[in-house]
Each structure stands twice: as C-alpha cells, then as structure tokens.
Ligand binder design. Structure first.
Ligand code: ATP
Ligand code: MG
Length: 478
C-alpha cells in the first residue's frame, strides 16, 4: 500500500524533516563557531608566549646592546614561522624579521601598538601594509628594569593558512551535515511510512466495516501497539462476520418456523372449513355422511389442538430453559405412568412392550413434568412408527453418575441422511405419512430441548427396516 496518499504520513514526515533540518543547521553553525573561537584562543596564547619569550631580547636591542639584533630577529622569526617587529616608543620601527625597518612607516597608530601601551597586550587582525597579506598581530610593551617604557615588541602570524583550513572545516561540516540530513530524511521516511501504511490500511478496513464489508483484513501486522490494533480490528471483523452469519441463520430459522406453523395450521383449518361448508350446503341431512364429516372435523381439531400444545410447550421450554427447577426424581415412576397412559394404543396395535431396569428406584436430577414429556414423545414415536405386532422395549440403566433410558423399537427405522435433522422443529422424514399419523415434527425438538434443560442429552441410532433406538442420558441425583 502506498503511503503517499496518507495525510498522516505527510504531516509526520514533513514535521520531522523540518525539525531535523533546523536542528542540524543550528548544531553545525554553533559547532563551527566554537571551533573557530577555540583555535583563535590557542593562537593568541601561542603569540602571547612568543612575545613574552622575546621580551629580554627586545629590551637589550632597544637599549642598543645587541649589535646583531636584526640577524637574530630574522633567524628567530624564520625558525618559529613568526614575523617579529620591534617598535620604539615613538612608533618608529627599529627592526623587522621580514621587512626593512628603514622603509617602514611609523607604527605608533597601529591598533595593537596603541593597545599595548595601556593594556597587558594589544591584538589586531588585518591586512599587512608591509607584506600585503592578512596577519594576526600581538603587541606587548617592553619596559626597562625601572619600569620605563622602552617600546613595543610585536609578533604576527599569517592567517592565510588558518583561514584556508577553517573554510575547509566549514565545507567538511556542511558535507557531513548534508549527508546526515539525507540519511535522516531517508530513515524518517521509512519510519513515517511504517506508521502511516498500517494506519491507512486500518482506516480503510474500518471504513469497509462501516459499509458492511467485514471480510476485509489489515495485512500489515507489526509487532507493536499498531499491530495489536490491526489484529483487534481483524478479530472484530471475524467476530462480526460470524455473528451476522448466526443472525442470518436465526432469521432463516424464524422465517421457516413461521412458514411451517402457518402451513400446519392452515391444512387442518382448510379441511374443517371444507367439511363444515359441505355440511351446511345440505350434507347435514344425510346422517351417515354427516357423521363421517364430523369425525373428520374432530380429527383435524385434535391435530390443531396438539399442534398448539406442542408450540406452547416449545415456547415455554425456550423461555425457561435456564430456570427449569431440577429435583431428585424417580425415573421408574415416570416410566410406569407413561406406559400406563399409552396402554390403549399399545393393545390396539398389538405391540409387545418390554420394560426393564425399574425394579429399584432410579433417582435423577430432573423435572417430573419434563421427564414425562420426554418419554411420552419417544414412546409415542416408537408406537407410531412401528407396524402392528412389533416390539418396543424401554430399558433403564445407570452407569457412574449417569442414567441411560433407551426406547427401542422394531419399526420402520430412519435413513442415515435424516438422523442429523430429526431433532429440528417440523422436520419429518416422510412428511405426508407423518401428517397422516397426526404428527407435526415438533416432538423430538421438544425432547432435545428438555433433555438439555435438565443437563442431559438425547441420541439416536437407527437402521431402515430394522428399528430405531433413542437414548436419553440424565445425571444421577446425589
Ligand atoms: N421411532 C421412530 N422410528 C422411525 N422414525 C422416527 C421415529 N421417531 C421419529 N421418527 C422420525 O422423525 C421425525 C420427527 O419426529 P418427531 O417426533 O419430532 O415428529 P412427529 O412424530 O412426526 O410429530 P409429533 O411428534 O410432533 O407429533 C418423524 O416424522 C419420523 O419421520
Ligand atoms: Mg413424535
């Protein structure tokens, strides 16, 4: 991703660049002037020492006690790379290591000489009239033993070389500073980019999220707070995606549910309405037909009533799923009462029902009403989907902290591809057949919800044509 279009990048980078530029210029400037003044100081000290050193010789020369003074000055000057000048009290040049004293003008008014007359020493930097090049001058008064002023000794140094070197230093420093600036600008560029690119990416991802696209990801995940922010944004996107998928799924379930309920209500209602209309339009006068129709109306009303009851059950379970009050309840009692309740249909279909494991009470953590509903649904199914003369067995057993209740039949069985779905609301393997038998497909979903509400579960095994086995597991009461 390019950083060039990031305002943040340019703001940060330009601020940094300007700051760095100003700082570098200031530091170099100050550095240079400090070095220059230090060099100046050293030269001055050096000249001062030389002047001090020359004082005895100057005193002798001025007193006329040094016949070969000129030659000595020249030699000393050449040896120390210094120009030495002796000037009398009245400014007349007595001797000069590099010029001819007689040819030189009166030096009384030279600034360094003037200063030396009143102060410890005089100093000046200017173009030399004698040599025609820039010089640094230092002058010191020469006094006799008794303190009378005899004249001035002056030492001077050509500043050509110093100026040359200082200007070279200035260029070197400028070069280093420029290199530093270029390097820093490069590094700063990179740094600003490293911050700006993820930020720009995150802004884009956040904007995408705002407009509903949650799948866009931040790709630059660095090992710092920015990286954490990007990662968090990615996780947020993933969470939202899955939440939205879940919401969509729930919405589909809800819509299907409403459609199913409407359909299930409409079918019996339409029949009832049809029969009633037919009766009203005359059929009521034929006793046999009207009896048949009334029976049909009764069956359909029964269906409607069952459906509404199941729906209420489901709604209640869902509302109280977490608040179902569990107490120690005896499975055996529930089993006996449910079997008794279904005795009629069992004999009607001449089914053989075998119950085992109920000789001693089996206490589980449950709710009597819920357990009754669970077993009743399983048993009704077993009876409903088992042909006449078949066998149904109800087996109760305990294993560790769990009890297992198995309801097994020798019925039609459930094809494997439906096993996953029979616990869904309204799901029926064979819609037409089940409806004919008065089913709406809510029974097993009620069983599943109730088992879960009691901290247990329900499982199914089945083979087509052989039979089915439903197993409910609940916790043993402690
Ligand atoms: N013991 C069984 N043997 C064969 N198929 C079964 C058995 N129990 C359930 N099924 C299948 O699972 C489907 C769902 O069962 P469920 O009890 O939820 O609904 P239903 O019996 O059709 O209607 P309802 O119980 O609401 O009156 C049934 O329609 C049937 O196809
Ligand atoms: Mg059922």
């Amino acid at each position: 991703m390019s950083a060039f279009r990031s305002r943040f990048f340019w703001k940060t980078y330009l601020t940094f660049a300007v700051l760095f530029f100003i700082t570098t210029i200031m530091v170099s400037w100050i550095g240079f002037y400090r070095i220059q003044s230090t060099i100046h100081g050293i030269i001055l000290e050096n000249l001062q020492a030389k002047a001090e050193f020359l004082l005895p010789l100057a005193r002798q020369a001025m007193a006329g006690q040094l016949p070969d003074g000129d030659a000595q000055l020249r030699r000393l000057g050449a040896d120390t790379n210094t120009r030495i000048t002796l000037i009398a009290r009245d400014g007349k040049v007595i001797s000069d290591s590099e010029g001819v004293a007689g040819d030189m003008e009166n030096h009384l008014l030279r600034p360094e000489v003037q200063q030396a007359l009143t102060q410890p020493f005089g100093f000046s930097e200017r173009q030399s009239a004698t040599l025609g090049k820039p010089l640094l001058y230092l002058a010191k008064a020469v006094r006799a033993e008794d303190g009378t002023m005899q004249g001035v000794v002056r030492v001077s140094l050509s500043t050509d070389k110093i100026h040359g070197e200082l200007s070279q230093l200035r260029w070197t420093m400028l070069l280093i500073a420029s290199l530093g600036v270029v390097l820093a600008l490069g590094i700063g560029w990179n740094l600003a980019r490293r911050v700006a690119v993820p930020i720009r990416e995150m802004v884009q991802v956040a904007e995408a999220m705002r407009s509903g696209r949650y799948e866009q990801k931040v790709r630059t995940i660095t090992d710092d707070e920015l990286g954490r922010l990007g990662d968090t944004l990615n996780r947020l996107g993933a969470e939202l995606t899955s939440k939205i998928a879940e919401l969509n799924r729930l919405e589909t379930v809800r819509r299907d549910f409403v459609a199913n309920v409407s359909h299930e209500i409409k079918t019996p209602l339409t029949s009832i309405k049809g029969y009633v209309e037919t009766l009203l339009s005359g059929a009521i006068n034929e006793p046999r037909t009207s009896l048949r129709f009334l029976e049909k109306i009764e069956r359909n009303s029964e269906r409607l009533s069952n459906l509404v009851q199941d729906l209420l059950s489901l709604a209640r379970i869902e509302a109280t799923e977490e608040s179902l009050k569990l107490t120690a309840t005896d499975w055996c009692e529930v089993i006996s009462s449910v079997i008794a309740r279904n005795e009629d249909v069992i004999t009607q279909k001449s089914l053989r029902v075998k119950v085992s494991g109920i000789s001693t009470p089996q206490l589980v953590m449950g709710d009597r009403e819920a357990m009754t509903q669970v077993l009743d649904n399983l048993l009704t199914n077993a009876i409903k989907y088992t042909p006449e003369g078949g066998r149904v067995s109800v087996v109760l057993s305990a294993k560790g902290a769990q009890t297992r209740l198995e309801v097994e039949d020798t019925g039609i069985g459930i094809p494997p591809e439906h096993l996953d779905r029979i616990f869904e609301r309204f799901y029926r393997v064979d819609k037409a057949r089940s409806r004919e038998l008065g089913g709406t497909g809510l029974g097993l979903s009620i069983v599943k919800h109730l088992a879960a509400a009691m901290g247990g579960d329900v499982q199914v095994e089945s083979s087509v044509g052989i039979g089915s086995k439903f197993t409910v597991r609940l916790q043993v009461a402690t």
